[in-house]
Design a binder for this molecule. Structure first.
Ligand code: EPU
Length: 337
């Protein structure tokens, strides 16, 4: 097992932050992972997957284990359903393309989400009306302390909006090594309720869309709003959309009648953080090497060589300003390291 010293993590985080790993090890098979967990049992460890949901504000003193387990296989099949097991180091979008090539439906609305398979259950990734939990069957995860592998089924994972047990009670205790998803082989259930998808399909004059058409529509929408991390460093939505009570929402509406909203339950309402941040005057604001994306205010960007700490301070300023103007707390979706 090769342990390297002072490795730049810039290529391994989509924000493109040039933080260093004091020690770094690339893990490409399960045996290697088990070995190093035994060998380095008492050392501080830092697990890195696709690096698409983190902001590095400092160098990492712990041993960075870069998880690159690869492989996709069909594990179960019926006349209309297929269960696919993908290893944690597979790129999410490449997995979506693999499914589309075989006409397997269920993940097309989540096209172009950055990151790896292994991170998908941690924050229950989602976009355009579909979340991972809608297709999730189970995942295997390795207990960092004992090295045992445990299977977590959907009901074990406590999925919620950008939440799961892996971000809560089990944080730092397990590493996801593979995920099983169940997709359809025909009679796909299409999700087109999201306004932007409908408009995109209409613009392309598609009245009976396939899963490929939906994927194309989602890709077009994402490319029009969200910066490509290969060109401009970013981690997608930096904040979660806040969920507030109906009473709080009524007060907000008195001052801002035009505020967009989505009902979550009888008493709770989700307000788009992008709208709050735009109203607070931050959309498109650039501070040298970093700033707020000009097409989607929920996304903070690194134009070139920004420091993670600077972006973090901008995020805090945004949180404070939104709190002062709207009396709403917006939490980060991205992990601050
Ligand atoms: N809005 C603004 N200004 C902005 C951005 C948004 O006013 O700068 C308003 C829009 O007018 C719209 C509403 O906010 O009415 C919602 O915007 P959008 O459809 O872009 O979705 P979002 O709520 O901002 C969420 C996810 C995205 C996902 C989209 C589509 C979160 C935190 N973000 O964004 O996920 O792609 O919905 O489903 O839930 C991600 O997690 O990294 C991500 C990109």
């Amino acid at each position: 097992m090769l342990i390297e010293k002072n490795v730049s993590l810039k290529p391994y985080n989509t924000f493109g932050i040039d933080a260093k790993a004091r020690t770094y090890c690339n893990i490409s098979n399960l045996e290697g992972l088990k070995d190093i967990l035994t060998l380095k049992k008492d050392d501080p460890l830092f697990f890195l997957g696709g690096g698409s949901n983190m902001l590095l504000t400092k160098d990492i003193e712990a041993l960075v284990l870069h998880l690159n387990l690869r492989g996709i296989e069909i594990v179960h099949e019926t006349s209309n359903k297929v269960q696919i097991k993908a290893m944690a180091g597979e790129n999410w979008h490449e997995f979506v393309l693999w499914c589309l090539e075989r006409n397997f439906g269920g993940v097309e609305n989540m096209s172009l989400i950055p990151g790896n398979i292994g991170a998908a259950p941690i924050q229950n990734i989602g976009a355009y009306g579909v979340e991972l939990k809608d297709v999730f069957v189970s995942c295997n995860a390795i207990d960092i302390y004992s090295g045992d592998i445990k299977t977590f089924y959907k009901s074990d994972c406590k999925f919620d909006y950008r939440e799961s047990i892996f971000k809560q009670d089990l944080k730092g205790k397990f590493i996801i090594i593979s995920v099983v998803l169940e997709l359809t082989k025909s009679n796909h259930e299409l999700h087109m309720d999201y306004g932007a998808i409908k408009q995109q399909l209409e613009a392309s004059k598609i009245s009976t869309p396939t899963i490929q058409d939906i994927s194309n529509a989602v890709i077009a929408i994402r490319q029009s709003k969200l910066p490509d991390p290969k060109e401009i460093g970013n981690s997608g939505s930096f904040f979660k959309n806040p969920v507030i009570t109906s009473n709080e929402f009524e007060k907000l509406k008195e001052n801002f009648p035009e505020v967009p909203s989505y009902k979550v339950s009888e008493n709770t309402i989700k307000v788009p953080a992008g709208w709050l941040i735009e109203k607070a005057g931050f959309k498109g604001k650039r501070f040298g090497d970093y700033g707020v994306h000009n097409k989607q205010a929920l996304v903070l960007v690194n134009y070139n060589n920004a420091k993670g700490q600077d972006i973090y301070e901008l995020a805090q300023l945004i949180q404070k300003t939104v709190k002062r103007i709207f009396n709403i707390t917006i939490d980060t979706e991205v992990n601050i390291i």
